[in-house]
Design a protein around this ligand. Structure first.
Ligand SMILES: [Zn+2]
Length: 125
């Protein structure tokens, strides 16, 4: 099962992934490799708030050991704690965005209600 990749909803170009650095944003963007359209993730506000709550939980758990490592000048332990905390926050965020809704960032410039009406009228007898 592909957890971190998604297919473009416009051109179906497969195996695209959002950057791990932009994963904490609510609506990270990505340029499609196939059609060049800017895509963005569109998670619901409830899912994103649950994710933010999870990151606060990770921050609480990692906070005290980080303070201890700083006070004891254990720089390698501090770096390992930072990396572990960042991975525990960014990797689930990548999965959340890739498995959620992916849509166009901006409205299609060719979309026109006038044209849609004309097309509808051609179907009338
Ligand atoms: Zn595409």
């Amino acid at each position: 099962m592909r957890l971190f990749t998604f297919a473009c909803p416009m051109c179906a170009a497969d195996r695209q992934r959002l950057s791990i650095l932009s994963a904490l944003a609510r609506r990270p963007k990505k340029l499609c490799r196939g059609c060049g359209i800017v895509l963005r993730s569109h998670p619901s506000i409830g899912v994103y708030l649950l994710f933010l709550l999870y990151t606060q939980f990770i921050g609480l758990i990692a906070g005290l050991p980080l303070i201890w490592a700083y006070m004891e000048q254990q720089w390698m332990a501090m770096a390992a704690l930072w990396i572990a905390a960042l991975l525990l926050c960014h990797v689930p965020a990548m999965a959340m965005h890739a498995r959620g809704t992916i849509c166009r960032d901006k409205v299609d410039p060719d979309r026109s209600y006038v044209r849609a009406k004309k097309q509808a009228s051609t179907h009338d007898p």
